[in-house]
Ligand binder design. Structure first.
Ligand code: FEO
Length: 392
């Protein structure tokens, strides 16, 4: 793709990645992604904001053909999907200086072996004049690593935010046209990489509240010409107010656990509790992560295998613990053959979750009437707790 004009003297550059289906060898990309860099031509200086993932370097470097001079490269974030082509840009423009936070400087040297003499470290609130345009650098740690910052272009009131407000979407539309689609992709993105740091991100949002922002240009996905939409969504997600929802990741081997899941789900729905159910044998783990952003309760469904939880259930539990959702209640259901320590093992995997554990329901072999009665009691207890806490 060629460079695209956003406004006079401000351009999108980068690459739309239609084909990738996994990010960081972990995160599903059902809709691909994009790696966005931006070029700003001031009356005196030209600046490049970020670069692209190294596999997209050829396309990106072709976009720089015809750009005679770059005075500054700004690296908002040291992760290689944004920084990985900096060395190639510096080879083309050896006179350019590389602007980053001091923490990012160390990481960029470690990760990419960028020579130290290229760097200018900026402090929070520092400005840089391009002549008729002024960049302001704002520290916004933990979006998504500790070294991250964003850039505010004062005259045009554009925020260049890198991972902050990003979404993994491959599209030829430069600007957001379908807010519903972007909402889902951005929520998934928030859940996967920012939810564990939501208290810091909340402070970052408060810091940005004093800026008049006409447009947000992130490092992945589309540009927001209506920033209020994504700023409001982030405010909700960082608060993480639990909703009247049960997230139910499960796996079943011989259908006993599945029958228990089906019964529990039917009873919860009958009691007006929303359920998001995920068969871990086939699910997109990103959808599970997204559902955790505002779910009040997690119920893990697992058979006992090799004296413990099924590895898929352990994986989902480990993920939930790592993502630190604001979930309030947790329980376990499932079938076992002769014994084991499924509940104890899962309970030991969630030190980060500040949850009240509701009595698990385990059954030996196939579920019986007493199992279904216990599941009804569990559904009643969950519905009651959601009501008592005012979750809607
Ligand atoms: Fe898009 Fe944390 O990199």
């Amino acid at each position: 793709m060629l460079a695209r004009k956003i406004k006079d003297h401000i351009y999108w550059m980068g690459s739309v990645d239609w084909d990738s289906r996994l990010f960081d060898s972990l995160i599903p990309l059902p809709d691909g992604t994009s790696y966005n860099a931006y070029l700003i031509k001031g009356s005196e200086k030209t600046v490049l904001l970020d670069t692209v993932n190294p596999p997209m370097a050829e396309e990106f470097m072709a976009q720089l053909e015809g750009i005679p001079k770059i005075d500054y490269i700004v690296s908002h974030h040291a992760e290689q999907d944004h920084s990985g082509t900096i060395l190639q840009v510096l080879e083309k423009y050896p006179e350019a200086k590389l602007i980053s936070t001091s923490k990012a400087k160390g990481m960029l040297i470690d990760l990419l072996n960028i020579p130290e003499e290229y760097f200018i470290s900026v402090k929070d609130g520092d400005t840089l004049s391009l002549g008729d345009k002024t960049l302001k650098f704002i520290y916004t740690p933990w979006v998504h690593w500790p070294e991250t910052m964003v850039t505010y272009l004062e005259e045009d009131r554009i925020l260049f935010s890198c991972d902050f407000f990003g979404s993994h979407i491959a599209t030829s539309d430069l600007f957001v046209t379908d807010e519903g689609r972007v909402y889902e992709a951005a929520k998934r993105y928030f859940a996967e990489i920012m939810m564990p740091f939501r208290n810091v991100i909340k402070k970052n949002l408060e810091k940005l509240a004093s800026y008049e922002i006409d447009m947000i240009a992130p490092g992945h996905g589309q540009i927001f010409p209506n920033p209020a939409f994504i700023l409001d969504a982030y405010r909700d997600w960082t608060i993480g107010a639990p909703r009247n929802t049960v997230v139910l990741p499960y796996i079943s081997m011989h259908d006993s656990t599945k029958r228990m899941v089906d019964h529990l789900v039917a009873t919860l729905v009958d009691k007006d509790v929303r359920v998001e159910q995920f068969n871990l044998g086939v699910t997109d783990i990103g959808k599970l992560a997204m559902s955790l952003v505002d779910a009040a309760t997690i119920v893990v469904g697992t058979p006992t295998i090799l004296a413990g939880p099924h590895p898929y259930a352990a994986y989902a539990t480990f993920l939930a613990n790592a993502l630190r959702p604001n979930t309030k209640f947790l329980s376990v259901i499932g079938s076992y053959g002769w014994g084991g320590k499924t509940v104890e093992t899962l309970a030991g995997m969630i030190p980060n979750l500040k949850v009240e554990v509701i009595d698990p329901v385990l059954c030996k072999g196939v579920p019986t009437e007493s199992t279904f009665k216990a599941l009804d009691d569990l559904a009643f207890a969950i519905a009651q707790k959601h009501k008592e806490n005012g979750f809607t």
